[in-house]
Design a binder for this molecule. Structure first.
Ligand code: DX5
Ligand code: ZN
Length: 214
C-alpha cells in the first residue's frame, strides 16, 4: 500500500492545526516536515518548536532534515516528537553514526539523496536504514518540477533494496502530483511526499486516493 505524506511547507501557515487535521481526514499517512538551515539548502523553514506543536496532531511526523551535520540535532528532533528522522547522505561525514543515533532515539532512520548523488552512497548503510528518500527535485523549495531523470533512479534504488534484502520504505519527494505519481509508484516508490499539488488540490481526499491507486 502506497503511503502519502503531505509536506507542511505548502500548508497555510496561519492555520497549521487545521491544515494538518484536513490532511489526516483526507487519508494522509504521515506529515512531512521539511527543516532547512540556509546552508545545506539555500532556504530556511521551521524547526523544533513548530515540530513540537505539529507532533501533537493526528499524524505521525516524517522529519526531513536538510541541514549540515544533522547528527547535531537528531536527538532534539526525536525528542520533539518525530516518528521518522531523515538525514541527507551529502550532509554528514558520519552517515552510519547519524542513522544509528536516530534508531537509538526510538525513531525510524531515513537517508536522503539529492538528484545528483549516486546510489552507492547508501549501499553500505542500508542495514541501518528504515527508509531511503530519493529526491526528485533539488531540495530547498516546494513547487518545483519533477526531474524526469530521477524516475530511473527510483527504479535503480528499488533494485538495490531488493538485492540487499532491505524492506526499507522507498520515499520520493519533489514534484509529486496526480499526473506524475503513477510513474513513481510503478518504479517502486512506496511513500510519496506531496506539497504544492496536494495542498492546492480542490479535493485533497480525491488526490490522495488517486495517488494511492497508482
Ligand atoms: C523540497 C522539500 C519538499 C517540498 C515538496 O526541498 O523537501 O518536501 O515541500 O514540495 P512539492 O511537492 O511542491 O514539490
Ligand atoms: Zn521534503
Amino acid at each position: 500500500m502506497i503511503k502519502v505524506a503531505p509536506s507542511l511547507l505548502s500548508a497555510n501557515f496561519l492555520n497549521l492545526g487545521a491544515e494538518i487535521d484536513r490532511m489526516a481526514r483526507a487519508g494522509a499517512d504521515y506529515l512531512h516536515f521539511d527543516v532547512m538551515d540556509g546552508c545545506f539548502v539555500p532556504n530556511l523553514s521551521f524547526g523544533l518548536p513548530v515540530l513540537e506543536a505539529a507532533a501533537k496532531g493526528p499524524l505521525p511526523v516524517d522529519v526531513h532534515l536538510m541541514i549540515d551535520r544533522p547528527e547535531r540535532y537528531v536527538r532534539d528532533f526525536a525528542r520533539a516528537g518525530a516518528r521518522i528522522v531523515t538525514v541527507h547522505a551529502e550532509a554528514t561525514a558520519h552517515l552510519r553514526r547519524a542513522l544509528d543515533l536516530i534508531r537509538q532515539e526510538g525513531c525510524l532512520a531515513g537517508v536522503a539523496l539529492n538528484p545528483g548523488t549516486p546510489l552507492s552512497c547508501v549501499e553500505y548503510v542500508l542495514d541501518a536504514a528504515d527508509l531511503v528518500l530519493v529526491m526528485t527535485v533539488n531540495p530547498g523549495f516546494g513547487g518545483q518540477k519533477l526531474i524526469a531523470a530521477c524516475v530511473r533512479k527510483i527504479a535503480d534504488m528499488r533494485a538495490l533494496l531488493d538485492r540487499a534484502g532491505s524492506s526499507a520504505i522507498l520515499e520520493v519527494d519533489g514534484g509529486v502530483s496526480e499526473r506524475t505519481a503513477p510513474q513513481l509508484t510503478e518504479a517502486g516508490a512506496t511513500m510519496l511526499v506531496a506539497g504544492s499539488a496536494l495542498f492546492g488540490a480542490p479535493d485533497a481526499a480525491a488526490f490522495i486516493r488517486a495517488v494511492k491507486a497508482g
